[in-house]
Design a protein around this ligand. Sequence first.
Ligand code: MCN
Length: 779
Amino acid sequence: MATIFGTAIRRREDPRLITGRATYTDDIRLPGMVYAAFLRSPHAHARIKRIDTSRARALPGVLAVFTGMDVAGKLGNIPTAWLVPNSDLKTPAHPPLATEKVRYVGDGVAMVVAEDRYTARDAVELIEVEYEVLPAVVDQEKAVQDGAPQVHDDVPRNIAFVWRAGGGDPDRAIQEAEVVVRQRIRNHRLIPSAMETRGAVAQFNPASGEMTVWLTSQNPHIHRVLMSGVLGIPEHKLRIVAPEVGGGFGSKIPFYPDEALVAFAARQLGRPVKWSEERRENYVATTHGRDHIQDVVLAGRRDGTLTAIKVKALANLGAYLSTAAPGVPTILFGLMLQGAYRIPNVGVEVVGVLTNTTPIDAYRGAGRPEATYIIERMVDLFAREVGMDPAEVRRRNFIPSDAFPYNVPTGLTYDSGNYAGAFDKALEAVDYEGLRRQQQELRKQGRYLGIGLASYVEICGLGPSQVAGAVGFQGGLWDSALVRVHPTGKVTVYTGTSPHGQGEETTFAQIVAQELGIPVDDIEVVHGDTGSISMGWGTYGSRTTPVGGSAVALAARRVVEKARKVAAHLLEAAEQDIVFEDGRFYVKGSADRSRSFQEVALQAYLAWNLPPDIEPSLEASAFYDPANFVYPFGTHVAVVEVDAATGRVKLLRYMAVDDCGRVINPMIVDGQVHGGVVQGIGQALWEEAVYDENGQLLTGSMLDYALPRAHMVLPIETDRTETPAPQNPLGVKGVGETGTIAATPAVVNAVLDALQPLGVRYLDMPLIPQKIWAAIHRQ
Ligand code: MCN
């Protein structure tokens, strides 16, 4: 069979994206549409004493002004969808607009709806609010101390949950270890910064009671369920459409108050309502990521064998529990702390802390970058402690390729892997030994070359549903597909996933083209619309391909099975004698007796010559719930030079060897790795969300928040190994987050490797020149 799977065909979504012809939420214009704008709190923590909306209401063009009290009782509170079992989880109420107190800069205080955007924003400025400013707490370590300001009265010490996991006996192993390395690590707060900010357009039809909401969403079906509850509109009367979405990186998973309020206003006013977030608003009102303080102990033997890891993490959750927030620092972080290594004793405790800051939720990698950063930084510190090359320590401890499926102490089962294989390939590609020699030479000249390694394994392809349920997710994690063959043999594929830049319109068409033996151009992929497919769980956790793509493959295979029956009837042969190859059904042994897939499709619709037990038409659906997660892995190598005089880091080389199982489209996989790596480098070297102690976000715009730009990075080299995923029908693992997970420790390891002769043992990210310079000169 011709291979379309594995071919680098160009992304079919790109022509419309790069010629400005795609339709994003803000491009939607409806007759009679009016515009919403929000008044947001300028204080991190304050009591609302009085709100006067009269001047705003009086402004010509203003249709309505809603405060927290106006919507109280008419709209439900904003729910979280992830609970943490056995953790005494507190879920403080999250009203859609603040009623008594504001809890972070950006918290919604009022919504204005006006005939145009400008009037709406002018009216926002006319709302008068009297605040009683309260002391704020920003830092999670301070938040849990006695006497700290209370973010919510019903969450003592601001602790939302305490969660523990692990296996073996880490305390004993640490006590008995020959070598114990301790380190406090700060994995700082990041701002996802998707190119398109959030937005919504809502239209209510009072005649039918139907509400349609166009939404910047990574998971429209989840948003439909949650919005249905908050608005009190039955699910079958609510349609959520994610049109083109300009990046999400996790920040468009959560269910935010703003979108529910826009829908509420549309219903109240009987007019379509649009809201588009501004960039500054996006920086305070859209979720942030990471923000952990971790105390880490790694123990082992002098020969380089690792025996135990123990982590206590304080995870900042921000002011409210966002939709997936409790899941990120628990299962996606705590269960992955052993990384790619055979470490028999693992212990983790995570304290989820509420503070007067923007809520934290998933950001590309979500939990796994934080875990990988710990283990990969600690392995380097351990290597330094025992006087071994960090490559050697890794090699000594990798889970061997013949040990899979492999049960790790935290209870997960890694599906398949060849960690040493990817590692060797990466080191060979950069000539690791040669680089080490070059490093020695350069040091003699006072130049500081650094080589950083990061070997990662990550958990993705979320579900399976059973496990997700057991760890607190209030939903399923399967996915669905409908493959509809039209009478002419053209195909529409409907998926319950909701890609927003990842390229599945192309790769899912490749899957179907491969299964049905028809041209890719004959296949259309439809996603992101609750009106087109009954249910699905969206795009995040690099699940779209392993879970949604598997559903697509299974549905396509069901189509082939039905078509085979029709073909057998047409060819007057037994079904078991029909061979399907390259898009044709043949009678085994007689190549001249055949029908094309398209001919069979037509007959399935004409239906005048179908076998008696076959219904007309040709389509099939599948609901696929994986038996396990998938565990991609790989090794990334960063090479840098640090200028000791200025502290500046120059990136010299970046090599990524990833294994995401069987590859559908190598060009798209490379693109995902490139994007992810750049985000990882961004965290390592530049990006940081900074608050002052009053809870004001100091990095509240792209002028202050240092996103990487093209000239700041370097061409990224990629290669792969291919270890199929044993559990899904395509053998695929996800790749959407691997770059972000591996790049941060690779780059930081490289910089600290460079600084070794200057006596710098440890630095927290981001490694900006001032910090490096100060560390060098303090010695
Ligand atoms: N792919 C492939 N072969 C494989 C695995 C994947 O060809 N073995 C292809 C897929 O078919 C798809 C792409 O690679 O075209 C990524 O697929 P997958 O790994 O399934 O990841 P998801 O589609 O589920 O994407 C989610 C992931 C996450 S969690 C974040 S965050 C992220 C990311 O993807 N956000 C992104 N990549 C992004 N890319 C863009 N442009 N915008 C975002 O917001």
